[in-house]
Design a binder for this molecule. Structure first.
Ligand code: SF4
Length: 273
Protein backbone atom coordinates (compact mmCIF):
# COMPACT_ATOMS: atom_id res chain seq x y z
CA UNK A 1 0.00 0.00 0.00
CA UNK A 2 1.33 3.42 -0.82
CA UNK A 3 1.76 6.32 1.49
CA UNK A 4 -1.18 8.05 -0.18
CA UNK A 5 -3.78 5.59 0.98
CA UNK A 6 -2.41 5.11 4.47
CA UNK A 7 -2.28 8.69 5.51
CA UNK A 8 -5.21 10.94 6.04
CA UNK A 9 -4.94 14.68 5.47
CA UNK A 10 -1.55 14.37 3.84
CA UNK A 11 0.52 17.30 2.73
CA UNK A 12 1.36 17.70 -0.92
CA UNK A 13 5.11 18.15 -0.67
CA UNK A 14 5.64 14.49 0.07
CA UNK A 15 9.09 13.01 -0.14
CA UNK A 16 7.70 9.77 -1.54
CA UNK A 17 7.76 10.12 -5.32
CA UNK A 18 6.32 6.70 -6.13
CA UNK A 19 2.81 6.10 -7.42
CA UNK A 20 0.16 7.53 -5.15
CA UNK A 21 -2.11 4.51 -5.29
CA UNK A 22 -1.60 0.96 -6.45
CA UNK A 23 -3.91 -1.58 -8.05
CA UNK A 24 -4.07 -3.23 -4.64
CA UNK A 25 -5.35 -0.01 -3.11
CA UNK A 26 -8.11 0.19 -5.72
CA UNK A 27 -9.11 -3.40 -5.04
CA UNK A 28 -9.12 -2.73 -1.31
CA UNK A 29 -11.31 0.35 -1.70
CA UNK A 30 -13.71 -1.52 -3.98
CA UNK A 31 -14.06 -4.18 -1.31
CA UNK A 32 -14.34 -1.68 1.49
CA UNK A 33 -17.19 0.23 -0.15
CA UNK A 34 -19.01 -2.68 -1.75
CA UNK A 35 -22.72 -2.14 -1.21
CA UNK A 36 -22.22 1.28 0.39
CA UNK A 37 -24.62 4.00 -0.71
CA UNK A 38 -23.02 6.47 -3.17
CA UNK A 39 -23.47 9.50 -1.00
CA UNK A 40 -22.20 7.73 2.09
CA UNK A 41 -19.17 6.47 0.21
CA UNK A 42 -18.33 9.93 -1.07
CA UNK A 43 -18.79 11.44 2.35
CA UNK A 44 -16.45 8.92 3.99
CA UNK A 45 -13.87 9.34 1.25
CA UNK A 46 -13.88 13.11 1.29
CA UNK A 47 -14.31 13.74 4.99
CA UNK A 48 -11.72 11.20 6.04
CA UNK A 49 -9.28 12.20 3.32
CA UNK A 50 -8.96 8.59 2.17
CA UNK A 51 -8.24 9.56 -1.43
CA UNK A 52 -5.83 12.42 -0.66
CA UNK A 53 -6.27 15.58 -2.71
CA UNK A 54 -9.33 15.01 -4.84
CA UNK A 55 -10.72 16.93 -7.82
CA UNK A 56 -13.86 16.46 -9.80
CA UNK A 57 -13.54 16.87 -13.55
CA UNK A 58 -16.77 18.14 -15.07
CA UNK A 59 -17.88 18.99 -18.58
CA UNK A 60 -21.02 20.68 -17.26
CA UNK A 61 -22.79 18.51 -19.79
CA UNK A 62 -26.19 16.87 -19.91
CA UNK A 63 -25.99 14.82 -16.70
CA UNK A 64 -23.20 16.61 -14.88
CA UNK A 65 -25.55 18.18 -12.34
CA UNK A 66 -26.03 14.89 -10.49
CA UNK A 67 -22.43 14.35 -9.46
CA UNK A 68 -21.87 18.05 -8.86
CA UNK A 69 -24.90 18.08 -6.56
CA UNK A 70 -23.82 14.96 -4.64
CA UNK A 71 -20.37 16.41 -4.02
CA UNK A 72 -21.55 19.92 -3.26
CA UNK A 73 -23.63 18.58 -0.38
CA UNK A 74 -20.58 16.98 1.18
CA UNK A 75 -17.90 19.55 0.42
CA UNK A 76 -18.65 22.44 -1.96
CA UNK A 77 -14.97 23.36 -1.90
CA UNK A 78 -13.82 20.25 -3.77
CA UNK A 79 -12.02 21.59 -6.87
CA UNK A 80 -14.18 21.23 -9.97
CA UNK A 81 -11.95 21.21 -13.05
CA UNK A 82 -13.54 22.49 -16.24
CA UNK A 83 -11.72 22.41 -19.56
CA UNK A 84 -12.30 25.86 -20.94
CA UNK A 85 -11.24 25.00 -24.46
CA UNK A 86 -12.38 28.31 -25.89
CA UNK A 87 -14.71 26.36 -28.17
CA UNK A 88 -17.73 25.73 -25.96
CA UNK A 89 -21.31 26.63 -26.70
CA UNK A 90 -22.22 29.83 -24.87
CA UNK A 91 -25.06 27.78 -23.34
CA UNK A 92 -22.53 25.46 -21.69
CA UNK A 93 -20.65 28.36 -20.14
CA UNK A 94 -23.91 29.84 -18.87
CA UNK A 95 -24.96 26.44 -17.52
CA UNK A 96 -21.60 26.08 -15.76
CA UNK A 97 -22.13 29.44 -14.06
CA UNK A 98 -25.72 28.61 -13.16
CA UNK A 99 -24.79 25.30 -11.53
CA UNK A 100 -21.85 26.81 -9.69
CA UNK A 101 -24.17 29.40 -8.20
CA UNK A 102 -27.13 27.11 -7.59
CA UNK A 103 -25.05 24.40 -5.91
CA UNK A 104 -22.81 26.81 -4.03
CA UNK A 105 -19.62 25.41 -5.56
CA UNK A 106 -16.71 27.45 -4.29
CA UNK A 107 -13.76 26.01 -6.15
CA UNK A 108 -14.34 26.05 -9.91
CA UNK A 109 -11.07 25.83 -11.81
CA UNK A 110 -11.14 26.73 -15.49
CA UNK A 111 -8.31 25.00 -17.32
CA UNK A 112 -7.23 26.90 -20.40
CA UNK A 113 -4.82 25.92 -23.18
CA UNK A 114 -1.25 27.18 -23.05
CA UNK A 115 -1.24 30.45 -25.07
CA UNK A 116 2.12 29.56 -26.59
CA UNK A 117 0.79 26.22 -27.74
CA UNK A 118 -2.23 27.92 -29.27
CA UNK A 119 -0.09 30.49 -31.05
CA UNK A 120 2.22 27.84 -32.44
CA UNK A 121 -0.23 25.09 -33.28
CA UNK A 122 -3.65 26.62 -33.71
CA UNK A 123 -3.17 30.22 -34.64
CA UNK A 124 -6.26 30.26 -36.83
CA UNK A 125 -8.39 28.53 -34.18
CA UNK A 126 -9.49 26.11 -36.89
CA UNK A 127 -7.35 23.12 -36.07
CA UNK A 128 -10.51 21.24 -35.06
CA UNK A 129 -11.57 21.29 -38.73
CA UNK A 130 -8.54 19.44 -40.11
CA UNK A 131 -6.93 17.78 -37.07
CA UNK A 132 -9.37 17.28 -34.21
CA UNK A 133 -6.95 14.98 -32.36
CA UNK A 134 -4.33 17.71 -32.39
CA UNK A 135 -6.89 20.28 -31.31
CA UNK A 136 -8.05 18.12 -28.38
CA UNK A 137 -4.44 17.55 -27.42
CA UNK A 138 -3.80 21.30 -27.13
CA UNK A 139 -7.11 22.30 -25.63
CA UNK A 140 -7.99 19.34 -23.42
CA UNK A 141 -5.39 16.65 -22.90
CA UNK A 142 -2.39 18.84 -22.06
CA UNK A 143 -4.17 21.34 -19.78
CA UNK A 144 -5.84 18.50 -17.88
CA UNK A 145 -2.65 16.47 -17.52
CA UNK A 146 -0.91 19.53 -16.13
CA UNK A 147 -3.69 20.22 -13.64
CA UNK A 148 -4.02 16.62 -12.51
CA UNK A 149 -0.37 16.47 -11.56
CA UNK A 150 -1.40 18.25 -8.37
CA UNK A 151 -4.05 15.71 -7.34
CA UNK A 152 -4.12 12.21 -5.92
CA UNK A 153 -7.56 11.28 -7.21
CA UNK A 154 -10.27 12.37 -9.61
CA UNK A 155 -13.99 11.80 -9.48
CA UNK A 156 -15.68 10.98 -12.79
CA UNK A 157 -19.30 10.73 -13.85
CA UNK A 158 -18.95 7.47 -15.82
CA UNK A 159 -21.75 4.94 -15.62
CA UNK A 160 -21.96 1.22 -16.38
CA UNK A 161 -25.05 1.50 -18.58
CA UNK A 162 -23.18 3.68 -21.02
CA UNK A 163 -21.66 0.66 -22.79
CA UNK A 164 -21.25 -3.09 -22.53
CA UNK A 165 -17.56 -2.85 -21.76
CA UNK A 166 -18.09 -0.15 -19.20
CA UNK A 167 -20.26 -2.57 -17.27
CA UNK A 168 -17.12 -4.05 -15.77
CA UNK A 169 -15.76 -0.76 -14.50
CA UNK A 170 -15.36 -0.67 -10.74
CA UNK A 171 -15.98 2.22 -8.41
CA UNK A 172 -12.24 2.64 -7.91
CA UNK A 173 -9.52 2.19 -10.50
CA UNK A 174 -6.07 3.51 -11.24
CA UNK A 175 -5.71 6.26 -13.83
CA UNK A 176 -3.33 4.82 -16.40
CA UNK A 177 -2.90 8.04 -18.39
CA UNK A 178 0.44 8.61 -16.63
CA UNK A 179 2.69 7.00 -14.07
CA UNK A 180 1.41 8.88 -11.06
CA UNK A 181 -0.95 6.22 -9.78
CA UNK A 182 -3.87 8.56 -9.40
CA UNK A 183 -7.08 7.04 -8.20
CA UNK A 184 -10.10 7.33 -10.48
CA UNK A 185 -13.35 7.25 -8.58
CA UNK A 186 -16.56 6.42 -10.44
CA UNK A 187 -19.33 7.02 -7.88
CA UNK A 188 -22.19 6.75 -10.40
CA UNK A 189 -20.93 3.57 -12.00
CA UNK A 190 -23.89 1.50 -10.76
CA UNK A 191 -26.55 4.16 -11.39
CA UNK A 192 -29.27 3.43 -13.94
CA UNK A 193 -30.72 6.06 -16.29
CA UNK A 194 -33.92 5.92 -14.23
CA UNK A 195 -32.06 6.59 -11.01
CA UNK A 196 -30.32 9.57 -12.57
CA UNK A 197 -33.59 10.93 -13.84
CA UNK A 198 -35.21 10.44 -10.45
CA UNK A 199 -32.32 12.18 -8.70
CA UNK A 200 -32.55 15.15 -11.06
CA UNK A 201 -36.30 15.41 -10.42
CA UNK A 202 -36.01 14.94 -6.66
CA UNK A 203 -33.48 17.73 -6.32
CA UNK A 204 -34.96 19.92 -9.02
CA UNK A 205 -31.65 20.17 -10.84
CA UNK A 206 -31.68 22.40 -13.92
CA UNK A 207 -31.09 20.69 -17.28
CA UNK A 208 -28.44 21.74 -19.76
CA UNK A 209 -30.40 24.01 -22.12
CA UNK A 210 -29.14 22.26 -25.26
CA UNK A 211 -30.55 18.84 -24.36
CA UNK A 212 -34.06 20.00 -25.22
CA UNK A 213 -32.73 21.33 -28.50
CA UNK A 214 -31.57 17.90 -29.69
CA UNK A 215 -28.08 17.61 -28.21
CA UNK A 216 -27.99 14.59 -25.87
CA UNK A 217 -24.18 14.67 -25.74
CA UNK A 218 -22.52 18.04 -25.53
CA UNK A 219 -18.92 18.89 -26.22
CA UNK A 220 -17.21 21.76 -27.99
CA UNK A 221 -19.41 23.68 -30.40
CA UNK A 222 -17.59 22.91 -33.68
CA UNK A 223 -17.50 19.20 -32.87
CA UNK A 224 -21.04 18.68 -31.62
CA UNK A 225 -24.09 18.36 -33.83
CA UNK A 226 -27.73 17.57 -33.23
CA UNK A 227 -28.82 13.96 -33.00
CA UNK A 228 -31.99 12.69 -34.63
CA UNK A 229 -34.49 10.62 -32.59
CA UNK A 230 -33.35 6.98 -32.54
CA UNK A 231 -29.78 7.87 -33.43
CA UNK A 232 -26.91 6.99 -31.11
CA UNK A 233 -26.79 9.95 -28.71
CA UNK A 234 -23.04 10.01 -29.10
CA UNK A 235 -23.18 10.23 -32.89
CA UNK A 236 -23.31 14.00 -32.79
CA UNK A 237 -19.75 14.16 -31.51
CA UNK A 238 -17.02 14.64 -34.14
CA UNK A 239 -19.57 13.69 -36.78
CA UNK A 240 -17.86 12.58 -39.98
CA UNK A 241 -14.60 11.80 -38.20
CA UNK A 242 -13.30 8.46 -37.11
CA UNK A 243 -12.99 9.82 -33.61
CA UNK A 244 -14.87 9.05 -30.43
CA UNK A 245 -12.50 10.32 -27.80
CA UNK A 246 -10.62 13.47 -27.02
CA UNK A 247 -7.67 11.46 -25.71
CA UNK A 248 -8.46 11.74 -22.02
CA UNK A 249 -10.28 8.46 -21.61
CA UNK A 250 -8.35 6.14 -23.87
CA UNK A 251 -10.27 3.71 -26.08
CA UNK A 252 -9.76 0.23 -24.74
CA UNK A 253 -7.96 1.40 -21.62
CA UNK A 254 -7.95 -1.11 -18.89
CA UNK A 255 -10.58 -0.63 -16.27
CA UNK A 256 -7.96 -0.94 -13.59
CA UNK A 257 -9.61 -3.88 -11.92
CA UNK A 258 -8.03 -6.51 -14.06
CA UNK A 259 -11.35 -7.18 -15.69
CA UNK A 260 -10.45 -5.98 -19.14
CA UNK A 261 -10.94 -2.91 -21.19
CA UNK A 262 -12.95 0.06 -20.05
CA UNK A 263 -13.87 0.93 -23.66
CA UNK A 264 -14.14 3.93 -25.87
CA UNK A 265 -16.85 6.42 -25.16
CA UNK A 266 -20.05 4.52 -25.71
CA UNK A 267 -23.52 5.16 -27.06
CA UNK A 268 -25.69 7.03 -24.63
CA UNK A 269 -22.74 8.38 -22.72
CA UNK A 270 -22.78 11.94 -21.62
CA UNK A 271 -19.03 12.12 -21.62
CA UNK A 272 -16.90 14.00 -19.24
CA UNK A 273 -15.41 15.67 -22.28
S1 SF4 B 1 -13.74 18.79 -29.13
FE1 SF4 B 1 -13.29 19.83 -31.09
S2 SF4 B 1 -12.98 22.01 -30.65
FE2 SF4 B 1 -12.95 20.86 -28.71
S3 SF4 B 1 -10.82 20.55 -28.32
FE3 SF4 B 1 -11.53 18.71 -29.39
S4 SF4 B 1 -11.28 19.09 -31.60
FE4 SF4 B 1 -11.00 21.04 -30.50
Amino acid sequence: MTQASETQGRVRDRIDTGPRFSEADAVRLNRLFRGTDTSEMLETLLKEGMAGDVAQVSSFGAESAVLLHLISRIDPNVPVLFLETGKHFPETLAYRDLLVERLGLTNLVNLTPDPEDLAKKDESGLRWSYDPDGCCEIRKVKPLAKALAGFDATITGRKAFQSSTRKTLPRFEIDTSDEQGRLKINPLIDWSPERIEAYIAEHDLPPHPLVAQGYPSIGCMPCTSKVAPGEDPRSGRWRGWDKTECGIHKPGEDGGDGQGPASELPPGFDPVF
